[in-house]
Design a protein. Structure first.
Length: 129
């Protein structure tokens, strides 16, 4: 077994596509419009299934925001240099919610950014991301 994708409900599909492709450097892999069911999908990622997990961005017609609740944590992405990635995210208009630094009680360098819908993305420094 393996993870294929994670679905996030978004309030503005194009805004989310722009964030994940422009700010985080993912590719738009495919889109699907289901007018009878009143939703649009966009799959983004750093590669396609079956070699890479993807993010499914779901826009439900007429819904411009969601209450994220207290159960959701974050998505984690490996990056070569967390501080450099934070600087690039900010330069492209993204929001950094925790600057790069060691995880509490450890030495792994991490940072957090936030997408336009409030979802948190952890950047974990891996030297050959």
């Amino acid at each position: 077994m393996r993870i294929l994708h994670t679905m996030l409900r978004v309030g503005d599909l194009q805004r989310s596509i722009d964030f994940y492709t422009t700010v985080l450097g993912m590719s738009l892999l495919r889109t699907t419009d289901r007018p009878d069911q009143k939703y649009l999908l966009a799959f983004v990622g750093y590669g396609k299934n079956p070699d890479h997990a993807e993010l499914e961005l779901t826009y439900n017609y007429g819904v411009d925001r969601y209450d994220l609740g207290t159960a959701y944590g974050h998505i984690a992405i490996a990056v070569e240099d967390a501080a450099r990635t934070c600087a690039a995210v900010k330069a492209k208009g993204g929001t950094v919610t925790r600057e790069a630094g060691p995880v509490k009680g450890g030495t792994t360098m991490i940072a957090f950014v936030q997408d336009p819908d409030g979802y948190k993305i952890e950047l974990i420094e891996r030297k050959q991301a």
